[in-house]
Design a protein around this ligand. Structure first.
Ligand SMILES: NC(=O)c1ccc[n+]([C@@H]2O[C@H](COP(=O)([O-])OP(=O)(O)OC[C@H]3O[C@@H](n4cnc5c(N)ncnc54)[C@H](O)[C@@H]3O)[C@@H](O)[C@H]2O)c1
Length: 253
């Protein structure tokens, strides 16, 4: 028996069009899952086709998750496409950078809305689906090192990631006895579009961060696959409310 197999499982991945979410979606498909990717624009259809051409079962749904009504609509559309749900991954996220004293309230609200309010509602929708069907379910929320550290110029992002981490623990306390595993992955510094402001090799902050990572390199979408498959599979059936760093050792240095 392969305890990491996801054959027959149906997974919904937000933010799966690029970066870490794309790596996670691909990892789940490689382990056998059928996946629906929610993307913010129609490029998601092309990506889903590309995955289908590789032999996976993949669907695309377009939704701007900053709006509550879109979350509900996209969730229903995804479940209609897959005819069920076993795994939810909340990977969509945004970043805004300003000095804290000048951080606009508008940007604060935008970040909290996408990074925390959207996962909150999608977790609720998934839990209701699992509980009403008396079925086991796996929820994976993507947190960050900034659940542990405050960071620089990113107070809204830090607040959102602290929030999603605590929210995960709160949900675990209520839903674990109902057969739901809800955990966080806390990625370290990852070389994705979100970090183009930092990843110029001449940027002193890039050098400072790279030097602090014991593995001496930034992570990528492929680095997320193993932990995501673990948390989505029966291999993690007794792992609940956890926050697992995937950070090349950054957190412990
Ligand atoms: N890159 C890092 O260093 C890092 C570190 C820790 C955590 N994370 C988290 O990992 C997740 C993925 O980040 P990434 O680095 O791949 O970033 P990315 O910018 O490459 O991808 C973000 C994804 O979120 C989607 N998204 C953003 N706003 C959306 C909206 N309103 N509606 C629907 N989809 C929306 C984008 O379309 C994209 O697919 C995020 O939650 C991020 O906070 C990233």
């Amino acid at each position: 028996m392969n305890i990491f197999s996801l054959v027959g499982k149906k997974a919904l991945v937000t933010g799966g069009t690029r970066g870490l979410g794309k790596g996670i979606a691909e990892g789940l498909m490689e382990a056998g899952a059928e996946v629906t990717i929610i993307g913010s624009n129609e490029k998601v259809y092309k990506l889903a086709d590309e995955f289908c051409n590789k032999g996976y079962v993949c669907h695309g749904v377009v939704a701007d998750l900053s709006k509550s009504e879109n979350r509900h609509k996209a969730f229903k559309e995804s479940l209609d496409l897959m005819k069920g749900l076993d795994i939810l991954v909340n990977a969509a996220g945004i970043q805004r950078r300003h000095n804290s004293e000048d951080f606009p309230l508008e940007d604060w609200n935008e970040v909290l809305n996408v990074n925390l309010n959207a996962p909150f509602e999608l977790c609720q929708l998934a839990a209701r689906e699992f509980i009403s069907n008396n079925k086991k379910g796996k929820i994976i929320n993507i947190s960050s090192m900034l659940a542990f550290f405050g960071g620089f110029n990113v107070p809204a992002y830090s607040a959102s990631k602290g929030g999603i981490t605590q929210m995960t623990k709160a949900f675990c306390n209520e839903w674990a006895s109902k057969g739901i595993n809800v955990n966080c992955i806390a990625p370290g510094y990852m070389d994705t579009d979100m970090n183009t402001a930092l990843t110029n090799p001449d940027n002193p902050r890039y050098i400072e961060i790279t030097n602090r990572i014991p593995q001496k390199r930034w992570g990528n979408g492929d680095d997320m696959k193993g932990c995501a498959v673990f948390l989505a599979s029966s291999a993690s059936d007794y792992v609940n409310g956890a926050v697992i760093p995937v950070d090349g050792g950054y957190l412990v240095k």
